[in-house]
Design a protein around this ligand. Structure first.
Ligand code: TPP
Ligand code: MG
Length: 884
């Protein structure tokens, strides 16, 4: 940008500028841009090394002359917005007056009101719009404003607003933040864990494309909007997937960053400018960036800034200064900002202090915001980000406008309420206003009619969450017959069994195409690469190159209607795709079945917060933790060996987790899961751990399917039970081997049970226990666990490839003494055999534990335990895997 204050030859510069002005006048923007780009390329090719610069001057991207005519009634919209502001503030104030400490946010929505209102009146498409619904990620803690608007539209009533953050109240309340789990007909996306919204929005936009490219739906111009905080952009997830959005030309995606320059504690970038920094990041990542910094009040000053002095001054100051100007008022701004240069000071002579302080910023000016949205709607090939400069706590004045405390301002006192009322002309008397009542327009008022008309024209209210999908026709389980039949002598891993299942399922005529296989650069690890050719890897641009293996049958095939989402080394992105596919029944009205397989260690441990959000959003699908088990994945060591994902899964309410041993169990669980989610419309996610240990798989026994789903079934009975063994997943093999040793060496014949899910067993037992507690007068109910075991009160020894707490979770409900073996501690690389010995889950430790259990049960003598230790060379001095 022209800046005469650091120019060696201003006259020459002026001449160049005049030629550009000439080009602009004669040929317009397109041609001028072309000329400049050609000049830059030429200079670059001649060695004039132009510094890479992704930042443009600190001014609006769209100039006043480029703004479209505003299509709405500004006056009516202002009145509506003022009332939304009031109700949002009143909701939080009331909640905290009546229930001190209940929390909520006033300042965030206060800064974002115009951003939302312009979109509500002119852009967001609802479910009844002929082109279909837009998807909107609302900034989580701006929720009071969104409720306040829904109230004006008559979607929420006084009780709802009154019970904001009081969801357990009898008349129903409103959730603190957007939670589809809690308000399933209202909110679509969970956003309040900062950083998840932006990346999930990117993958929603990509998944929308995927559905179009796979011919599930037409491209009707639907958009994904994501409203984000400038502080939130510091989360690595926020910026981490920007290049995917531009690489995939996601012009259906619009980010709106509410740049109020503040986060919770204070300035986002006190010593620099967050808007400029974000512009650099987004432009560098290939996005279309629209800066909306200045409102119309500034147009004249900018138009008269022929010498660039105003710009120079703005480029000198930092966000910390800009915040100070908000708080200190006109005289301060005149002295400290304009006063630095006498020429600049002169330019504002005709403007009063009061007016100087009030000059509206871009994010509070509907004209500017409308122009930005309008461009974003029409921009082709690239996603757009609107960086809108706002004021946190706008209109709160002394109560917190631009103050560092503003984020935590939870209620206004009487004087502050009166000032707020005056500031926004809310038609309430003093007496009324100090009670912070909710205000509603009459049904026959122009305002009410206007807001209803606008929403009706756009296809109905927003936000709204629907499920218009129809049930899928799940095939009979016999399509997996070969898994049910077992492998005979052939040794395979559960991962291989799963891949076979996926291959069979994707060939099914009815649901095959609804399957969305997702992998983060690990397909070869899991033996899924043959699917590349069969299903194709999704790529909007097809395959622009001849792959190196094109001469082979199973080549790396990228194709526009490809089915596989190969996400690269990007677990956060892959889980976001899983979520997008998992909520497709609601967002697109089409049920899709995501199967996301990953290195199990990089699942819950890495992206649990996303999985939590998936539960909140009622996503459905299959998560598959591949190469699971702390000792089953052997060579990879400490950072790869997962021995605790089942603990996380057990604590996640919507997750049904299974640690499976045999191919037929996989077939039964996945088949049942599909029925539950895609026929019976249950909002759950199935989590299966799969391993890479090869062994033979037996055929499915008769009549065990229900018990497999419930979590426990018997695989070997005994005539006179004195002890029983529980085995789970790959450790079941050690349990069976232990049973053989017990018989051979000690003449003990245990019963053997296969635990497919400790967490399902526990949930059922817990629920039954609760029911029995509160129904003392009724016949007690019996859990599956108790039903299986209560005939014999003998000791139980359980072993799994997970930390002991996984199997211990059922401890309180198991009749008789209960002993758990597991893999606590950090992993190591070694052979499977050595690892199982080290973690004390191998057959010898199982035998030892069983015999000690019998000793403690009074059935054997302690001396035998000593014998066991000697016989199997168990070294009592061996280091413990638990202590570090
Ligand atoms: C992952 C995560 N960390 C912390 C928080 C707590 N938190 C809620 S709002 C907020 C500040 C948000 O600032 P910004 O994104 O700039 O939004 P603003 O309110 O300024 O619009 C914080 C730290 C959170 N919700 N999520
Ligand atoms: Mg902020």
């Amino acid at each position: 940008m022209m800046n005469p204050y650091s120019d060696a030859d201003p006259q020459e510069t002026q001449e160049w500028i005049e030629s550009i002005e000439g080009a602009l006048e004669e040929h317009g923007y397109e041609r001028t841009r072309h000329l400049l780009e050609t000049l830059i390329d030429y200079a670059q090719s001649k060695g004039a090394r132009l510094p890479f610069n992704t930042i443009t001057p600190f001014v609006n991207t769209i100039l006043p002359g480029q703004q479209p005519v505003y299509p709405g009634d500004r006056e009516i919209e202002r009145k509506i917005k003022s009332i939304v502001r009031w109700n949002a503030m009143a909701m939080v104030t009331k909640a905290n007056t009546e229930t001190p400490g209940i929390g909520g946010h006033i300042s965030t929505y206060a800064s974002a009101a115009t951003l939302y209102e312009v979109a509500f009146n002119h852009f967001f498409k609802g479910v009844d719009h002929p082109n279909g619904q837009d998807l909107v990620f609302f900034q989580g803690h701006a929720s009071p404003g969104i409720y306040a608007r829904a109230y004006l539209e008559g979607r929420l009533n006084n009780d709802h607003l009154h019970n904001f953050r009081r969801e357990l109240s009898k008349k129903g309340g409103l959730s603190s933040y957007p939670h589809p789990y809690l308000m399933p007909e209202f909110w679509q996306f969970a956003t309040v864990s900062m950083g998840l919204g932006p990346i999930m929005a990117i993958y929603q936009a990509r998944f929308m494309r995927y559905m179009i490219d796979r011919h599930f739906m037409e491209d009707t111009g639907r958009k994904v909007f994501a409203y984000l905080g400038d502080g939130e952009m510091d989360e690595p997830e926020s910026l981490g997937a920007l290049t995917l959005a531009s690489r995939e030309n996601l012009d259906n995606l619009v980010f709106i960053v509410n740049c109020n320059l503040q986060r919770l504690d204070g300035p986002v970038r006190g010593n620099s400018k967050v808007i400029q920094e974000l512009e650099g990041s987004f432009r560098g990542a290939g996005w279309n960036v629209i800066k909306v910094i200045w409102g119309s009040d500034w147009d004249e000053l900018w138009e008269n800034d022929h010498d660039g002095l105003l710009l120079k001054r703005f480029e000198e100051v930092v966000d910390g200064d800009l915040l100070k100007y908000v708080v200190e008022g006109g005289a301060y701004i005149r002295e400290h900002f304009y006063g630095k240069y006498p020429d600049l000071l002169k330019r504002v002579e005709h403007i009063s202090d009061e007016k100087l302080a009030k000059m509206r910023l871009g994010g509070h000016d509907p004209m500017k915001i409308y122009a930005a949205y309008n461009e974003a709607m029409n921009f082709k090939e690239k996603p757009t980000v609107i960086l809108a400069r706002t004021i946190k706590g706008y209109g709160l004045g002394e109560a917190g406008e631009g103050r560092n405390i503003t984020h935590n301002q939870k209620k206004l006192n009487q004087n502050e309420l009166l000032s707020f009322r005056d500031r926004f002309n809310v038609p309430l008397s003093d007496e009324e206003a100090i009670k912070a009542p909710f205000y509603r327009f009459d049904k026959d008022s122009v305002e009410y009619k206007y807001l209803k008309e606008k929403r009706n024209a756009l296809g109905g209210p927003m936000p709204i969450r629907t499920n218009k999908s129809t049930a899928l026709d799940i095939p009979e389980i016999s399509i997996f017959q070969e898994l049910l039949d077992g492998t005979g002598e052939r040794e395979i891993s559960t991962t291989m069994a799963y891949v076979r299942l996926l291959t069979l399922l994707t060939k099914d005529k009815s649901v095959g195409k609804h399957v969305v296989p997702i992998i983060p650069d690990e397909a070869r690890t899991f033996g899924m690469d043959p699917l590349f050719r069969q299903l194709g890897i999704y790529s909007h641009n097809g395959q622009l190159y001849d792959p190196v293996d094109s001469d082979q049958f199973l080549y790396y095939k990228e194709i526009q209607n490809g089915q596989i989402l190969e996400e690269g080394i990007n677990e956060a992105g892959a889980i976001s795709s899983f979520i997008a596919a998992g909520v497709s029944y609601s967002t697109h009205g089409i049920k899709m079945i995501p199967f996301y397989i990953y290195y199990s260690m990089f699942g819950f441990q890495r992206v649990w917060d996303f999985i939590w959000a998936a539960g909140d959003m009622r996503a459905r699908g299959f998560l598959l933790g591949g190469t699971a088990g702390r000792t089953t994945l052997n060579g990879e060591g400490l950072q790869h060996q997962d021995g605790h994902s089942h603990l996380a899964a057990a604590a996640t309410p919507n997750i049904k987790a299974y640690d499976l041993a045999y191919a037929y169990e996989i077939a039964i669980v996945i088949h049942r899961g599909m029925k539950e989610m895609y026929q019976d419309d249950k909002d759950v996610i199935y989590y299966l751990t799969l391993e890479n240990e090869n062994y033979a798989h037996p055929p499915a026994p008769e009549g065990v399917a229900d018990d497999i789903i419930k979590g426990l079934y018997k695989i070997r009975s005994t005539e006179k039970p004195i002890i029983r063994l529980f085995g789970s997943g790959p450790i079941l093999g050690e349990v069976i081997a232990a049973a053989e040793l017990l018989k051979k060496d000690w003449d003990i014949e245990p019963g053997i049970w296969n635990v497919t899910s400790f967490s399902e067993l526990r949930r059922d037992a817990e629920e039954v226990e609760r029911w029995n507690l509160i129904h003392p007068d009724k016949e007690p109910r019996c859990s599956h666990l108790e039903g299986c075991l209560s005939k014999h009160r003998v000791p139980t020894v359980a072993a799994s490839d997970y930390v002991k707490m996984v199997s211990e979770q059922i401890g309180p409900y198991v009749p008789g003494p209960y002993y758990a073996l597991g893999t606590d501690g950090f992993g190591r690389s070694d052979t499977r055999e050595n690892l199982r010995h080290f973690f004390e889950v191998d057959r010898y430790y199982i035998v030892l534990t069983a015999i000690r259990a019998l000793v403690l049960d009074g059935k054997m003598d302690m001396a035998i335990a000593d014998e066991v230790i000697k016989k199997y060379n168990i070294n009592p001095e061996k280091p413990s895997p638990i202590t570090v």
